[in-house]
Write a protein that binds this ligand. Structure first.
Ligand SMILES: C[S@@+](CC[C@H](N)C(=O)[O-])C[C@H]1O[C@@H](n2cnc3c(N)ncnc32)[C@H](O)[C@@H]1O
Length: 220
């Protein structure tokens, strides 16, 4: 295993994180033991953050003990790898609007004590501001299919992210328009992000995800 970013490893072209809950898989991923440590394979076809890593994201602003606000946590596939990286001293707040996926996420949070579920609309961050209280967020991550993806991200950044902290957002072009060219949509969303962020990198997620890109940003 070769460490490529803090808490993120590569072996034979595959990406891994150290399993916070040894023996437990989250979504059917492979478990590999090396030198007495158990790693979970991080599958880029199942996780857009991993697809971004495979497609050369230059910085993953996550580390042991970090606090993350994750918008669109769904059943917890990608959040579980973030939970591995931040470890037991970190905290991930997982926000999702859908009760059905949230039920699965709540079960996962019972196993992974560094994740907290929040059933809410990410477009209304003031409704969960109290739950974050004084927690300093190091990374705001968003993966939700809505028409106003960048606007939702900016609203959350305004409330929860300090200058110099990082944001990563996945943009799904087809949620914004079925007819416009994805490249045009990505450019418009980038402009919206630049109201709050310096955009450090834009990475297309093909072949893992069609018509998606991921932006790595730093709060202005
Ligand atoms: C593509 S899935 C996220 C997958 C997850 N990020 C992962 O990699 O494991 C998108 C999620 O966004 C949620 N979502 C959509 N609109 C939302 C909103 N306004 N607020 C919060 N969650 C929302 C959906 O319920 C869905 O679970």
């Amino acid at each position: 295993m070769k460490q490529i970013f803090s808490g993120i490893f590569e072996s034979n072209g595959k990406i891994f994180t150290k399993n916070l809950v040894p023996g437990k898989k989250v979504y059917g991923e492979a478990l590999v033991v090396e030198n007495g440590l158990e790693y979970r394979e991080w599958v880029p076809w199942r996780s857009k953050l991993c697809a971004g890593i495979k497609n050369s994201l230059k910085n993953i602003p996550l580390k042991e003990g970090g606090n993350v606000l994750y918008l669109g946590s769904a059943e917890g596939t990608t959040p579980s790898h973030v939970s591995d990286i931040i470890g037991e001293n970190g905290l991930l707040f997982g926000v999702d609007i859908a009760e059905k996926v949230m039920r699965k996420f709540v079960e996962l949070c019972e196993l992974r004590k560094n994740m907290l579920p929040i059933l809410a609309d990410a477009g209304k961050p003031e409704t969960y501001a109290e739950e974050l209280e004084e927690t300093k967020i190091e990374l705001l991550y968003q993966d939700i299919s809505q028409k106003n993806q960048a606007e939702i991200f900016n609203k959350n950044a305004e409330l929860f992210l300090k200058k110099g902290k990082f944001g990563i957002i996945v943009i799904k072009a087809k949620s914004i328009s079925q007819s416009e060219k994805p490249e045009k949509i990505f450019a418009e969303e980038k402009k919206e992000l630049e109201k709050q962020f310096n955009v450090l990198q834009q990475v297309n997620l093909a072949p893992f995800e069609k018509h998606h890109c991921i932006f790595l940003c730093e709060k202005k």
